[in-house]
Design a protein around this ligand. Structure first.
Ligand SMILES: Cc1cc2nc3c(=O)[nH]c(=O)nc-3n(C[C@H](O)[C@H](O)[C@H](O)COP(=O)(O)O)c2cc1C
Length: 160
């Protein structure tokens, strides 16, 4: 078996376009969240979704203790939030971001295109990432266009 070069792995996998989400929780009264592209629908019956945070994510490590999370699907007007929630910040990533709590108490960003509120079903370790499997408790979608991520850049969807 040939060893896979990490740079080549990133480059090739970057050719797979994804939507962009911000996954959120509240821990000790503080809203926490991180940008996640590895979000996927898992099961319809029962309704389940999942995503993969890195094992080194301090934000997810804190969020896991809440037992729940809300997946915010970003719209085209949320590019700034995509980058803010992907890097360290002096204050809170939520500074200047309008949000309200979901049924599980996790932040729903007011500008999101859709949100999926979940309780944590199970967390599986997979290499240098975790697979977080959630039971969907409530969900909703709004009108609008999605933000997309492709080869390291953000873009928008256009119909053919
Ligand atoms: C578009 C986009 C998608 C991302 N998707 C993921 C992902 O699926 N899993 C992951 O671990 N990090 C992902 N990241 C990187 C995290 O958002 C970033 O590492 C963040 O700093 C993690 O938060 P923390 O360092 O506070 O733990 C993504 C970043 C961007 C810009």
């Amino acid at each position: 078996m040939t060893a896979i070069d990490p740079k080549e792995f990133r480059n090739v996998l970057g050719h797979f376009p994804t939507g962009v989400t911000i996954v959120t929780s509240v821990v000790d009264g503080e809203p926490l969240g991180l940008t996640i592209g590895s979000f996927t629908s898992v099961s319809l019956d029962p309704p389940m979704v999942g995503f993969l945070p890195g094992t080194s994510s301090a934000t997810w490590a804190a969020m896991q203790s809440s037992g729940s999370f809300c997946v915010n699907v970003l719209g085209t007007n949320q590019a700034d939030e995509c980058w803010t929630f992907a890097k360290p910040t002096e204050g809170s990533r939520f500074d200047g971001v309008a949000w309200h709590p979901s049924g599980t108490g996790s932040p729903i960003l007011d500008a999101s295109l859709a949100w999926i509120d979940c309780t944590i079903h199970e967390v599986y370790e997979m290499g240098d990432h975790l697979f977080v499997l959630g039971n969907v408790t409530e969900l909703s979608a709004a009108e609008g266009e999605p933000l997309l991520f492709f080869k390291g850049s953000l873009g928008t969807f256009s119909k053919q």
